[in-house]
Ligand binder design. Structure first.
Ligand code: PEP
Ligand code: MN
Length: 417
């Protein structure tokens, strides 16, 4: 690893910009990055203070990496087993991580739940790859730039505050540094579990949506082969709102050596998915690309087959993942954004049936969940009237511990054959 000549202070934002660009990225890779990032980028905050933004990204450029290329390559190899039909992916965590949620209790609850679910799923006979939505899932895309009060929308703790005041909603670049600090503390906790050989922490990889390009760009590093790695997490995905083929997110992701996910929805075309595959995985490396379908339980059986068929016909190896959450969100009678666990199960069942029918591998599930007994999703035991009890999410409704374990049992039954 190339060492910066002088490490700037990480405590404040007074950064030696000369040292801060010493991230070892060679000039030709830098030019490719500049070109990618010059394209239109959806969902970026309008940072009011550009000098503070430069200082913040300078801190991140010079900071130690959160993940290593060797770990990321290991995940890629494990995902290759998923692509080949010999393993199953369990990806899950909060919709939006918050700074306040960076507690041992909250993080430990999620890690423990993922481990329990992996145990249930492995009963179906395939090894389970565990991938947390954790240590970087702080940024949220929004469908509208303003909220019901007319204030700038909350875009996640990495951008602004959730409080409904103009001051809190002002994008603050210092939050990029705070997010990195929380991610670092979370990584430390995960590594400690690994060190202790706690079964819950064993080989748990991290992931988040690669939404905020300033945050991601500043944490790029090169390995000795001059391959470019995002070190903010092991696996990054591109969301439904930022997957424009001519946009910055896709061009940026195409330069990375990390395994990459792309969310695909009911309006995604077969041409688009083939373009994602050829641009994000031109070398056709198994485990490099995951397509995460989030169709909705009504649409999945019709919308997914043409996409799978086209990718298969083109011969691209893909990890097929089902996100049964984002196509099944609705507003409850009491006004809460919720999901019905029955719809979630129906979408996963549709996903399995589609892949079984086409002879492809239903490779994994991507879930929003938490280890505590929140009341955010409805099911037989939790009705609309119960949502007010413990509705704690900073963004989308998550499966609670019981709902997650029940879902894992249902998915294990679908996987077993
Ligand atoms: C998410 O995963 O929280 C998300 C916003 O998903 P999507 O991009 O699929 O809507
Ligand atoms: Mn979400």
């Amino acid at each position: 690893w190339p060492q910066p000549a002088a490490l700037p202070s990480l405590a404040g934002l007074r950064v030696d910009l000369e040292a801060a660009v010493a991230d070892g990225i060679p000039p030709d890779r830098r030019r490719e990055l500049d070109e990618a990032l010059a394209r239109p980028a959806a969902q970026q905050p309008d940072w009011p203070d550009r000098a503070a933004l430069r200082a913040a990204t300078g801190v991140l450029r010079a900071a130690p990496a959160l993940t290593s290329p060797a770990e990321t390559r290991r995940l890629r190899r494990e995902l290759a087993e998923v692509a080949r039909g010999r393993a199953f992916l369990l990806q899950g965590g909060d919709c939006a991580e918050t700074f306040a949620g960076g507690t041992e209790q909250h993080l430990g609850g999620t890690v423990n739940l993922l481990a329990r679910m992996a145990g249930v799923l492995s009963g179906a006979g395939l090894p389970v790859v565990k991938l947390a939505r954790m240590a970087g899932q702080y940024a949220k895309p929004r469908s509208k730039p303003t909220d019901v009060l007319g204030l700038p929308a909350y875009r996640g703790d990495i951008v602004n505050g959730v409080d409904p005041t103009p001051a809190a909603r002002r994008p603050d670049p210092h939050r990029l540094v705070r997010a990195h600090g929380h991610a670092s503390s979370t990584m430390n906790f995960l590594r400690m579990l690994q060190e202790r050989e706690d079964p819950a922490g064993k080989r748990l990889f991290t992931s988040h949506e690669a939404l905020l390009l300033d945050y991601e760009r500043a944490q790029l590093r090169v390995d000795p082969d001059e391959d470019l790695y995002a070190t903010s997490g092991h696996f990054l995905w591109i969301g439904e709102r930022t997957r424009q083929p001519d946009g910055a997110h896709l061009a940026f992701a195409a330069l990375l050596a990390n395994p990459i996910g792309v969310k695909i929805g009911p309006r995604t075309t077969p041409e688009e998915v083939v373009e994602y595959a050829s641009r994000l995985n031109p070398g056709r490396v198994p485990g490099k690309l995951a397509l995460i379908s989030r169709m909705g339980c009504e649409a999945v059986r019709d919308a997914l087959p043409p996409l799978v068929e086209r990718v298969e016909a083109a011969g691209h190896p893909v990890v097929w993942v089902c996100d049964p959450m984002h196509g099944n969100t609705h507003e409850s009678a009491s006004g809460y954004k919720t999901r019905d666990v029955q719809d979630v199960v129906r979408e996963v069942r549709g996903f399995f049936d589609v892949h079984r029918g086409l002879g492809t591998h239903p490779g994994g599930v991507h879930l929003e969940l938490t280890g505590s007994e929140v009341t955010e999703c409805v099911d037989g035991a939790t009705g609309d009237a119960d949502l007010a009890g413990r509705y704690e999410t900073a963004c989308d409704p998550r499966l609670n511990r019981r709902q997650s374990l029940d879902l894992a049992t249902a998915v294990a039954a679908m996987l077993h054959r």
